[in-house]
Design a protein around this ligand. Structure first.
Ligand SMILES: CC(C)(COP(=O)(O)OP(=O)(O)OC[C@H]1O[C@@H](n2cnc3c(N)ncnc32)[C@H](O)[C@@H]1OP(=O)(O)O)[C@@H](O)C(=O)NCCC(=O)NCCS
Length: 190
């Protein structure tokens, strides 16, 4: 695989670009401060905008490392910031595989944006970074996220039983989806 860092990606409705600390205020308003958004992810909602600013300062610096793949999603027709999508862990990159994570503000849900962004990032990682396998996991009580993975062309792999505890303290299964490069190329040719 090739480590080329976060490059800008444009889709029909979205601009996926590098985030900067200047985005922190809007990110905080639109999703980082939300109980609903943070319910099914591993991070906790930000208690103040300073938490978001600090995090975004760190993340902005991480772009110097070419193994960093993290985009903020901007709605092209309004300029609003709606969420983020990233390679969630660098752990698997040396093996040519990676895990994708994403989150979007609730006022932007149900419009197809999460699937549109995931599809575009999958294309980028296979076609420009020469990735071999891409996977993503979701809590079984968050089926909308599994559906996003399915809509982006990923294949359901199965359930990891009782692997995680959600924000309400409830033990949950993780559902897992993946797509291999061969699968991606075959689908392009169909
Ligand atoms: C999960 C999330 C990414 C979905 O974003 P979105 O922009 O609404 O996603 P899309 O509009 O592209 O697709 C959502 C799909 O889920 C479906 N869906 C919604 N609620 C559902 C439910 N309870 N059960 C099954 N499917 C559901 C929608 O109908 C839609 O499918 P469709 O287009 O076939 O109708 C968004 O809700 C989010 O960011 N949540 C908080 C953070 C999070 O959960 N991140 C993922 C962690 S794994």
């Amino acid at each position: 695989m090739k480590l080329i860092g976060t490059k800008q990606i444009e889709t029909e409705h979205l601009l996926l670009r590098r985030l900067t600390v200047k985005d922190a205020e809007e990110a905080y308003q639109n999703w980082c401060s939300s109980d609903v958004v943070s319910k099914y992810v591993l991070w906790s909602k930000h208690e103040s905008v300073d938490v978001t600013k600090k995090l975004y300062e760190t993340w902005e610096k991480e772009y110097d490392t070419l193994s960093t793949y993290r985009w903020i999603a901007e709605l092209k027709h309004t300029g609003e910031l709606i969420g983020t999508i990233d390679v969630a862990s660098k752990r698997f990159l040396p093996f040519g595989s990676c895990e994708i994570g994403y989150c979007y503000g609730e006022k932007f849900w149900g419009k197809g944006y999460a699937a549109e962004a995931l599809k575009a990032v999958i294309r980028f990682l296979f076609e420009e970074c020469d990735m071999e396998t891409i996977f993503a996991e979701y809590m079984s009580n968050n089926p909308a996220s599994g559906r996003v993975m399915e809509k982006a062309g990923m294949t359901f792999e199965g359930i990891l039983r009782g692997r995680i505890i959600d924000k309400d303290g409830i033990r949950n299964d993780l559902g897992s989806y993946s797509i291999t490069k061969d699968e991606y190329l075959n689908r392009l040719n169909c």
